[in-house]
Design a protein around this ligand. Structure first.
Ligand SMILES: Nc1ncnc2c1ncn2[C@@H]1O[C@H](COP(=O)(O)OP(=O)(O)O)[C@@H](O)[C@H]1O
Ligand SMILES: Nc1ccn([C@H]2C[C@H](O)[C@@H](COP(=O)(O)OP(=O)(O)O)O2)c(=O)n1
Length: 229
């Protein structure tokens, strides 16, 4: 048995915004009793810290410093992920649209990604990890036995976001949401450092018109096949 075989197993779920990564990762982690890593929350917390410190989003050195010094903690409370930035609850704030776009901008900086790499790997604990993001299968956990690349059409993803926001009492035009999604896709896919792309050994699942339960069952079948029970 080599070192890799002794490490806890990882299921990576990468894909663009609104493809259902977070939903599937949470359900899967609950079902398997695995640890959950929402890597986007880490980039979002870094972006919020930068916005609050009024750091110029073009100043790569200062943003790298913000990421290195980031005081962020994740707690699970009543089954929900709570994000604490310098001890303050920011779970809702980091999901705001201005933070989403800033997170995508901050995440394109190689120094920021390097500063957050080990923190993500530290989530790999027994009995296993489910990690969602953009580069979980390509860069952070390249040896993961199960890699999923989840997609859905941009229109469907915008509709999902609209429904999600409507539920929170926020009304946003579908056209604006579609524009935001396309802008973020382009930024995340075209950057040099760990761009959003399927790992060579990832299984690609298109969730357009597919229910959450059906996606979950497909991923569970992969887990059963590739991770020894
Ligand atoms: N297969 C699916 N069919 C319909 N709605 C979905 C599906 N997967 C996720 N959703 C819904 O879409 C929204 C965005 O999902 P989320 O998991 O936050 O996406 P991501 O983490 O990829 O940005 C949520 O409201 C979620 O309930
Ligand atoms: N592993 C990751 C996770 C997120 N990011 C960046 C790129 C994304 O646009 C932002 C926000 O990610 P997040 O997964 O929270 O976004 P969505 O829920 O998919 O809308 O962070 C990244 O570069 N690498």
């Amino acid at each position: 048995m080599n070192e890799t075989n002794k490490l806890p197993p990882v299921v990576t779920i990468d894909g663009p915004s609104g493809s259902g990564k977070g939903t599937i990762a949470k359900l899967l982690a609950d079902r398997l009793g695995f640890v959950l890593l929402d890597s986007g929350a880490l980039y979002r917390a870094a972006a919020l810290a930068a916005l609050e410190k009024e750091v110029d989003l073009a100043d790569e050195d200062s943003l790298t410093e913000v990421a290195r010094d980031l005081d962020v903690r994740f707690l699970i409370s009543d089954g929900c992920l709570q994000v604490l930035l310098e001890g303050r609850e920011v779970s809702h704030e980091i999901r705001m649209e201005r933070v989403s776009m800033a997170a995508s901008t901050v995440a394109a900086i190689p120094g920021v990604r390097a500063a957050l790499l080990q923190r993500q790997r530290d989530f790999r604990l027994q009995p296993g990890l489910v990690a969602d993001g953009r580069d979980m299968g390509t860069t952070v956990f390249p040896d993961a036995p199960v890699k999923v690349y989840l997609t859905a059409s941009a229109e469907e993803r915008a509709r999902r976001r609209e429904a999600q926001l409507r539920e929170k009492g926020v009304s946003v035009s579908l056209r604006d949401l579609l524009e935001d999604i396309r802008a973020r896709d382009a930024q995340d896919m075209n950057r040099k450092a760990s761009p959003l792309a399927p790992a060579k050994d990832a299984v690609e699942l298109d969730s357009t018109g597919v229910t959450i339960e059906e996606v979950l069952n497909e991923v569970l079948a992969l887990v059963q096949k590739r991770i020894a029970p």
